[in-house]
Design a protein around this ligand. Structure first.
Ligand code: BGC
Length: 717
């Protein structure tokens, strides 16, 4: 007993201090000290004398981008040396990895396996704390229906149910079992709210979203993050129905605090308090600060209007002390929850290091599960490992940045496995010829001849096409969704060489693939698969692993169809070939090229025997058989959708309400069970109250969002 106690005491850091009584602390604070807690400063990685001075004067409560144990400790020492010694909180965008980069969040959503996102977030948190960080600005849980918006890469796609499952997984992963443990980060659900509905897919653009659509489509992943205990939210850049999200009392206070009881704090987005001026809501710095803080934005990121304006707003009586106190209380509460009062310092013996074998394996496994086989005519894939010559063609084939994508944390392109490197490693005995063919952008076809010659010389071809790493993410909206530059022409020239050719796509958003999709026999959507991306692609192309991901977002045929998403309303005139006066186009089909939930596998799984029966407490048990009728082991994602033919408000043609990813051996059959409870069956009725309406529900099971099986469920009053 004594030995254990002695060991524990020895392990406890020397600076451990007790967690203070936060109310007592708040009472001691001057107005200036309170405002300091509400101000976050953006900083260079290595810190700066200016930041040290701010920390030493208690003018900031948090920083972003500063990292490295020694650097953050220097700032922390300055903060702890102030009169009240309140620790700083160091934040950074750890989005899909810190040093080891996992697939982008859109790709992690394509796993349809929240455990993968959770494991990725857990490992990322463990890496980030080594550099003194305790807060990540993730997960981004914005629902997005417009692939022009570059930030679709950062979210889980178009569906609120899948998005909610992913949101919960990230929060669990980043925050761990206890956010106070030294390997956890505070998570941040962003961007509250509606940011993904940016008009015309242009980043930062205006949004107009009805309250019902907010509640049904855009809110649920945020609520899911909150239910999982997320400690912070970030207010968005967008104008939402005339009141910018960073000054929107309806979303920030009425819903988030009032209805949902959120106890953590809200940080603004970068300069989004100051941006209330160009939005046309505030006529000056003082109004901007008053409107943001008054609406419920507790901490200001980067712009410094809270520092400069809040003291005088309070003194003039334009802002209540109680509003400032409440914001400070929330910030202190999160710092306490993170254990910062007890353990404010990072361990300087530690630092972010190159991914080790275990981290690489985790990244590779995640990447394998995120790959979506869009097309595989004639079973072209998997390719045989006994081929003698493989041609790898395309401008992205040996591009380390393209496999990492946007928001790469401390990741290094040089540490990433490109597709070319992955293929070379997988085929040690073969000759691998490589030709870029063309650049990602630009108009030159000068490299086509060499690429075609390479294709002709080979037994098989892997064509690696898509978007450069920085063509998606923030401020990376595109007005066209085609393959950029001359890549489509390159693909046509290479395909005309007539060799067995698989296309691998690296991209952060759905692309319009008309012209390619018809001609290429096999297409593997690899997204931006992270540090081990190339190894994962090689494993799937050569059958060491099977593809089993599914699209978390619709791939349109053509830009003019956008926004195109599976859970749309039926309209009064649903599209019909035989009736001209129906909801469709003269010059394009209404259907997508690849629908939400689509993805092929090396297995061949058939569903049958869908049943629905009454369960406990207003719940229904749904079951369906999944059987692998193919000759190879492989994955399938069984998907459950519901639909109501009539209700008090119109419903969507299909709504995802369950999913399960399975691996089945040849001939293996498994019964998959789901529960449909009030949470799945309810919706916001005419009075906006969430309730289950009695009546007939159609329950559908399938392997994509056009499910083949259907059963009736009658819900009685
Ligand atoms: C982005 C946020 C990000 C923040 C800090 C902003 O521009 O919109 O998502 O967390 O910068 O880097």
């Amino acid at each position: 007993m004594t030995v254990i106690l002695a060991l524990l005491l020895a392990a406890a850091p020397a600076f451990a201090a007790p967690r203070p009584d936060l109310e007592a602390l708040l009472k001691k604070m001057t107005l200036e000290e309170k405002v300091g807690q509400l101000q976050q400063a953006g900083g260079p990685i290595e810190g700066s004398p200016a930041l040290l001075e701010l920390a030493g004067k208690g003018k900031i409560g948090s920083t972003l981008n500063v990292r490295g144990a020694k650097t953050v400790n220097a700032l922390q020492r300055a903060a702890l040396g102030t009169r009240l010694g309140i620790p700083l909180l160091f934040g950074f965008d750890v989005i899909h990895g810190y040093r080891t980069i996992f697939p982008i969040p859109l790709a992690l959503a394509a796993t349809w396996d929240p455990a993968v996102a959770e494991a990725a977030a857990r490992l990322s948190a463990r890496e980030a704390v080594l550099d003194g960080l305790r807060w990540t600005f993730a997960p981004m849980v914005d629902i997005a229906r417009d692939p022009r918006w570059g930030r679709v890469a950062e979210g889980a796609g178009e569906d609120p149910f899948l998005g909610s499952a992913m949101a919960r997984a990230y929060v669990r992963g980043f925050q761990g079992k206890d956010p106070a443990s030294s390997d956890s980060l505070a998570a941040c659900a962003k961007h509250w709210v509606g940011y993904g509905a940016a008009e015309a897919g242009r980043d930062y653009s205006t949004t107009e979203i009805s309250e019902r659509t907010l509640r049904e489509i855009y809110f649920p992943p945020f609520k899911a993050a909150l239910d999982e205990g997320v400690l912070t939210f970030m207010s968005a850049f967008n104008d939402l129905n005339g009141v910018p999200a960073s000054a929107n009392a309806f979303t920030l206070t009425k819903v988030l605090r009032g209805e949902w009881g959120f106890k953590g704090f809200v940080v603004s987005d970068w300069d989004s308090v100051a941006q209330l001026i160009p939005h046309g809501l505030a006529d000056g710095a003082d109004e901007a600060a008053r409107l943001a803080l008054g609406a419920g934005v507790d901490m200001e990121m980067n712009s410094v209007l809270y520092s400069s304006e809040v003291p005088k707003l309070v003194k003039d009586g334009r802002l209540k002390t109680a509003a400032v106190d409440e914001a400070v209380r929330r910030v202190l509460r999160v710092k306490a929850a993170l254990g910062l009062f007890e353990r404010p310092y990072a361990d300087e013996a530690l630092a972010s290091a190159a991914p080790d074998a275990a981290a690489r394996k985790a990244a590779r496994d995640a990447a394998v599960r995120s790959l979506v086989l869009l097309k595989n005519d004639g079973g072209l894939l998997p390719l045989s490992k006994s081929l003698k010559t493989l041609a790898v063609i395309g401008p992205l084939a040996d591009d380390g940045a393209a496999v990492l994508g946007s928001w790469t944390g401390d990741g290094k392109a040089a540490e990433a496995v490109t597709v070319l490197a992955g293929l070379r490693a997988a085929l040690p005995g073969a000759t691998v010829v490589f030709s870029t063919g063309c650049a990602v952008t630009g108009d030159s076809d000068a490299g086509f001849a060499e690429a075609v010659a390479a294709a002709r010389s080979a037994d098989a071809v892997v064509l690696v096409l898509g978007e450069a790493g920085d063509m998606s993410g923030e401020a990376s909206s595109r007005a066209f969704l085609d393959l950029p530059g001359r890549q489509l022409d390159l693909a046509k020239a290479v395909l005309a060489a007539g060799r067995p050719t698989a296309v691998v796509l690296l991209n952060g958003r759905p692309l319009t693939l008309s012209g390619l999709a018809e001609k290429a026999p096999a297409i593997l959507e690899a997204w931006q698969p992270g540090t081990e991306g190339g190894a994962a692609v090689a494993a799937v192309l050569f059958g060491d692993a099977g593809p089993g991901g599914k699209l978390p977002i619709t791939f349109p045929r053509t830009l003019g169809q956008v926004p195109l998403y599976y859970n749309h309303k039926n309209t009064g005139r649903p599209p019909s070939e035989s009736d001209h006066y129906t909801s469709k186009y003269l010059d394009a089909p209404v259907t997508p090229l690849f629908r939400f939930g689509h993805g092929l596998s090396y297995a061949s799984v058939r569903l049958s025997g869908l049943t629905v029966s009454a369960g406990k407490a207003g719940s229904y048990a749904v079951a369906v058989d999944a059987e692998n009728a193919g000759a190879r082991e492989g994955d399938e994602v069984v998907q459950l959708y519901i639909r109501r033919a009539a209700a008090s408000v119109t419903r969507h043609v299909a709504e995802l309400k369950g999913f399960r990813r399975l691996t089945l051996k040849p001939g293996e059959k498994r019964r998959v069970e789901f529960t449909l409870g009030p949470r799945e069956l309810g919706f916001h009725g005419l009075d906006m109250r969430f309730a289950v309406e009695p009546g007939v529900y159609e329950v559908m099971a399938g392997t994509d969002s056009a499910p083949g099986l259907s059963a009736r469920l009658t819900v009685a009053l």
